[in-house]
Design a protein around this ligand. Structure first.
Ligand SMILES: Nc1ncnc2c1ncn2[C@@H]1O[C@H](COP(=O)(O)OP(=O)(O)O)[C@@H](O)[C@H]1O
Ligand SMILES: O=C(CO)[C@@H](O)[C@H](O)COP(=O)(O)O
Length: 505
């Protein structure tokens, strides 16, 4: 049987997914790996974890699909991560990830040097948000000058996997957008900005459109990953962009959400719409001549995982399953008995670009139990989606339907909350829980002509589940959401004050 392979280097693990030329899922597997936090606000991963994770996940998927002929491989991965390499392509330090908060001062200095946010928006249609790769490069220059002097190349996570798989140095337009150094309107490096920032353009990889074949599995890659030598590898895309096509969203009029480690609200654009103040991200889409708008909240599934590991252990010390926690949450009524959660556990990006923001449960009473707290946590993630949606609406970005993806889309309760807060149907498509890997497999199919264009590829996404709004919950959330939105402005200064090292050490 002929198949397309999507490999996604997620934050919590690597997913490998095989689909047929009809778009149906043949097999999938996941291999998890940890994230390290060597200092408060820092998040890092050893790129070798991605390679080991990909080896395991690919082997697992292939074992479930004996005899498949892989026509093409598509790559996806967590965006923005800085993987610095020396001239021999050796990794210089652990990768600095998308949710790392260390480079606020570098982003602020660059923004000032560019004449403020407007200056950056004019060059790239994005501001230099703390998560983006550009600020991480400048942090290395300021804080690790010896390593920085040896940096000959920087790659985002999926492009590091490409290097190990094919030996080729390449990126594509969606991940390049997430460096903050890319002219998203013209789909090429923003050379003026790169020069003004004092970054050597030679450390940046060549950039292709996402559906272009950038190389083939090398003999070394074949031995390492257990894949046939010579299979073409497509550009692919950053996870938060490629999972949009992976849910079948390629044209304006539909919204897409992802509950992975991060929480993403996204839409496809027909043009590089102006990005009013850069709190949203307007990036190149994986489809040629299409763009992508998204808001990214840093803690969605990540908040759920934190809650599970910290507060949900059984008598044997083992963490409860996500299903068990969601069942407890489902026993609490919508609104969690007047309890709200701000999910800013590791700072926030959108709609509040604030490295000092902190999480908060507001409205706790002695009546609340763990199920109420779990429900409030899940609702907080969805309130954050609606908060980002408020930034998109004035840009004319809206939808009559939400397509949900990511690990959190496995939970019917989390989908129902979205239906009730957005007051529209929420659909999941086949492969939604591995949406980025599915999108990568679709793009691989575009690369070798299985589908003539992105529209035909997106049409392969088949709806599996549908949740419709429940009027009582819609009314309740319509009352609760303005209270949620009022809390961050009230607490912002307190969050910053609590970061005082005398208090938090
Ligand atoms: N059955 C489930 N119910 C609720 N949440 C889940 C479930 N399974 C996974 N998750 C959530 O999904 C997250 C992982 O999603 P995933 O899309 O794999 O993330 P990433 O791409 O960041 O690695 C976990 O952090 C967890 O919170
Ligand atoms: O920062 C972003 C996108 O701008 C994140 O979405 C990362 O790309 C990580 O994604 P997940 O691992 O949570 O899927």
């Amino acid at each position: 049987m002929q198949a397309l392979l999507g490999i996604d280097i997620g934050t919590s693990g690597c997913k490998a997914l095989l689909i047929g030329t009809d778009g149906a899922v043949i097999a999938a597997d996941t291999a998890t790996y940890p994230l390290s936090q060597p200092h408060p606000g820092w998040t890092e991963q050893d790129p070798e974890l991605w390679v080991t994770g990909a080896r395991k996940a690919v082997a697992g998927a292939l074992a479930r699909a004996p005899g498949v002929e892989i026509l093409c491989i598509g790559l996806s991965g967590q965006m923005h991560g800085l993987t610095p390499l020396d001239a021999g392509h050796r990794v210089l330090r652990p990768a600095i990830l998308w949710n790392d908060q260390r480079n606020g001062p570098e982003c602020a200095a660059l923004t000032e040097a560019m004449g403020g946010v407007e200056g950056l928006l004019s060059l790239t249609n994005n501001r230099m948000l703390v998560g983006y790769t550009g600020g991480k490069i400048l942090w290395m220059r300021n804080h690790e000058p010896d390593l920085f002097a040896r940096m000959a190349l920087m790659l985002n996570p999926k492009d590091y996997l490409r290097l190990r798989l094919t030996g080729e140095v390449a990126s594509e337009v969606s991940d390049a957008s997430g460096t903050g150094l890319f002219d998203v309107r013209a789909r090429r490096w923003a050379t003026g900005l790169i020069e003004l920032a004092g970054i050597d353009p030679d450390i940046l990889p060549p950039v292709f459109e996402s559906q272009v074949v950038t190389g083939r599995v090398s003999a070394r890659g074949a031995a390492l990953f257990g894949l046939p030598e010579g299979v073409p590898v497509a550009g692919g895309g950053g996870d938060s962009v490629i999972q949009t096509i992976g849910s079948g969203v390629i044209a304006p009029g539909e919204l897409q959400t992802t509950i992975g480690t991060a929480g993403i609200l996204a839409a496809a654009l027909d043009a590089p719409q102006e990005n009013p103040d850069g709190r949203l991200q307007v990036f190149c889409n994986v489809a040629p001549n299409k763009w992508h708008c998204m808001g990214v909240s840093l803690n969605a599934g990540g908040a759920m995982s934190w809650f599970r590991e910290t507060f949900c252990r059984g008598a044997d010390g083992a963490a409860l399953s996500f299903e068990a926690i969601v069942a407890e949450a489902a026993a609490s009524p919508p609104g969690a008995r007047g309890l709200l959660f701000l999910p800013y556990l590791n700072g926030e990006r959108c709609p509040h670009p604030d490295t000092e923001a902190r999480g908060a449960f507001v409205g706790l009473t002695a009546r609340h139990g763990r199920g109420d707290v779990a429900r409030a946590l899940m609702e907080g993630v969805v309130h954050a989606f609606a908060d980002m949606h408020a930034l998109m609406r004035p840009m004319g970005i809206d939808g009559h339907i939400v397509k949900a993806s990511g690990g959190g889309a496995r939970a019917p309760l989390w989908r129902q909350m979205q239906a009730d807060l957005f007051d529209c149907d929420v659909v999941t498509t086949e492969g939604a829980a591995e949406g980025a890997a599915f999108g990568a497999a679709l793009v691989a199919g575009m690369a070798v002509g299985v589908w003539p264009d992105a529209g035909a590829a997106a049409a392969r996404c088949r709806a599996l589940t549908r949740e419709s709004p429940e009027p009582g919950a819609v009314r309740l959330y319509a009352r609760a959401h303005p209270i949620y939105r009022s809390l961050y402005p009230l607490l912002r200064d307190s969050f910053a004050a609590l970061g005082d090292p005398v208090l938090d050490h």
